[in-house]
Design a protein around this ligand. Structure first.
Ligand code: OOB
Length: 568
């Protein structure tokens, strides 16, 4: 891994203390990487081909400059914009030059929090070319999450929309900027940048750049997490591009494909499974969908000839229902990927009759491993399993609580290691000691069994996480926010069944006897006001006098979960 070096500050940079006396960015050597013998094996097998994102875009642009790469409807008054490969390539070069002129370079971290607009690609490809690392945030993240990402990574810049879905990101940026000493720039996509710089003012004449090496980090992705603070996932050009190539082959993505990006673009699923980057890698087209509702997506499918998209299970259900009553022509859609959370068999069976396309279940994780059902799998396999790994070099172990392999077909903890699964989180040695085995297997926290055909069936979860329709909530993170209230003595957050989302969150709270009582609504508002993403605010809060305990006196979340299921 290349140690980051900050380029000399050019004359145009603002005269701030940070610009003239830069603090060394945290060492990326803190990102554990593959041992040499594994890296050699993955290269020899042809998985890692020495490509970088910047170079891939250049190649596609040189080969077919006039092919459309990205479409959105984020022009003035919602006008359609279609950027060709040539244009995206030039935009990335020009933005990279402007960012370089502002002192942003190799190894620098840039928090990117954008909705589904074409600039998302302009920004990330500019950063890829510089060897600067996007830190992918979701549009739902607020002050608590963004401040943490920015300060933990010592980010130098933050890219936001002016507004989206009724939320003003400029005011969020003002707070984050005040709390984050390393942050020197906020760039705003959209008409009114407020006190910050408009992204459209940044581009400059392209300059020659020494791009990153294929084995360098490309970006930091967010983990769903099960701990108090989210962990960051360091992905390299080599490993991520392999996952795209593998995914494209399995999902039939080629230059004729049109991928509709429905879920938030930065999430690993719509980004790479096979996602928008898979479509761009293949020379296909990406259409950005601003909202996941059928009334936004169906006209785009019809008008843009969308062939493939990816959804979380609750959306797949909504789309299946809406398709019956819809007059839009959805016949171009060949493949619908569904994943992020368990897709029930009955719901899975509805997809083909309702939407007229092939369902592919996908069970993946931002840490790496992605499993797909195959396009030619029989119906029973497609609707009852979560697929099998991309790579022949994905190693799967199913173990018991003591890391012993369980008998074939038995449910156990899924451990995995392979050419696109990280060997450790970024800058987190303590987490890493717990989340990885000594020989480099990632402990996914998922409870899985393997069918005789090698397909995985997700049976449950051992990690302390709520999967709210694909959105992951680390129980501990929310518990910490609840505990910050003076009237809360103790708090435990668990999943409870929800007919639409699969799971939603329920907080059990013991109030403090010597403090004024607080109601559930006020406590929810308190958590939200602490700047937590809305999807993490507990759906239900139940006040209790004590928690059930296990034999050794620990709080039994299992018993709490059982209580929610019984409607308590
Ligand atoms: C995807 O990535 P993350 O990082 O948000 O979440 C990973 C976790 C998995 O460990 C598992 O607990 C759960 O999400 N999950 C599923 C699932 N797909 C993901 N659980 C049951 N069934 C499924 N099909 O969620 C993600 C990344 C790439 C592709 C697809 C999903």
């Amino acid at each position: 891994m290349t140690a980051p070096t900050r380029p000399a500050t050019p004359d145009t940079a603002p005269e701030t203390e940070a610009a003239t006396a830069p603090v060394a960015a945290p060492a990326d050597t803190a990102a554990p990487t593959w041992p040499a013998e594994f890296a050699e094996r993955y290269r020899a097998a042809g998985w890692w081909r020495g490509e970088t994102f910047g170079a891939v875009l250049r190649e596609r642009a040189e080969a077919r400059p006039d092919r459309v790469a990205v479409v959105d409807h984020a022009g003035p008054d919602g006008a359609r914009r279609a950027w060709t490969y040539g244009e995206l390539d030039l935009r990335a070069d020009r933005l990279a030059a402007g960012l370089a002129a502002r002192g942003i370079g190799r190894g620098d971290k840039v928090v990117v929090q954008l909705p589904n607009v074409a600039e998302f690609f302009e920004v990330i490809f500019a950063l890829f070319r510089l060897g600067a690392l996007p830190v992918f945030a979701l549009p739902a993240h607020r002050e608590s999450e963004i401040s943490y990402f920015a300060s933990f990574t010592e980010a130098v810049a933050y890219v936001i929309p002016a507004e989206d879905a009724g939320f003003d990101y400029r005011s969020l940026a003002t707070t984050v900027l005040a709390r984050t000493p390393s942050l020197r720039h906020v760039f705003v996509v959209g008409a009114d940048a407020g006190p910050f710089e408009a992204l459209s003012d940044v581009p400059a004449e392209p300059v020659p750049l020494t791009g990153p090496a294929p084995s360098d980090l490309a970006f930091l992705q967010l983990s769903g997490g099960s701990t108090g603070v989210p962990k960051l996932i360091p992905r390299t050009h080599d490993d991520y591009i392999y996952s795209l190539r593998g995914s494209n082959e399995i999902c039939g993505v080629d230059e004729t494909s049109v991928y509709l990006c429905v879920l938030p673009a930065a999430h690993n699923f719509p980004l790479s499974s096979p996602g928008s980057l898979g479509a761009l890698y293949a020379g296909g087209r990406v259409v950005m969908c601003p909202r996941p509702a059928p009334d936004a997506a169906f006209p785009l499918i019809q008008d843009e000839g969308v062939t493939i998209t990816g959804l979380v299970p609750p959306l797949a259900l909504v789309w299946s229902d809406a398709a019956a009553a819809s007059n839009y022509d959805l016949s171009s859609l060949d493949v619908l990927l569904v994943g992020g959370a368990k897709f029930g068999e009955e719901a899975a069976r509805r997809v083909k009759p309702a939407l007229g396309c092939t369902l592919q279940q996908v069970f993946g994780m931002a840490e790496g491993l992605v499993n797909y059902t195959r396009l030619d799998d029989d119906t029973a396999t497609i609707v009852t399993t979560q697929g099998r790994p991309i790579s022949p070099d994905d190693e799967i172990r199913i173990v018991d609580d003591e890391d012993r392999d369980v008998p074939e077909g038995t449910t156990g903890h899924l451990l995995t290691r392979g050419p696109y699964t990280i060997r450790g989180y970024w800058n987190a040695p303590e987490h890493n000691a717990r989340s990885f085995t000594a020989d480099g297997f990632y402990r996914t926290g998922d409870l899985v069994r393997v069918t005789p055909s090698g397909h995985l069936v997700v049976e449950g979860r051992a990690k302390d996480q709520i999967n709210r329709g694909g959105e992951k909530i680390a129980a501990e993170e929310v518990e910490n926010h609840l505990l910050a209230h003076p009237s809360v003595h103790d708090a435990n957050v668990v999943a409870e069944p929800d007919p639409y989302l699969g799971e939603r969150s329920c907080a059990y709270v013991i109030p403090r006897a010597d403090a004024p009582a607080i109601g559930a609504l006020a406590l929810k508002r308190f958590v939200r006001d602490r700047g937590l993403a809305a999807f993490k605010v507990p759906d239900r809060i139940v006040f209790v006098e004590a928690f059930p305990t296990t034999g050794v006196g620990k709080v039994s979340k299992k018993d709490l979960r059982a209580r929610t299921a019984s409607g308590d």
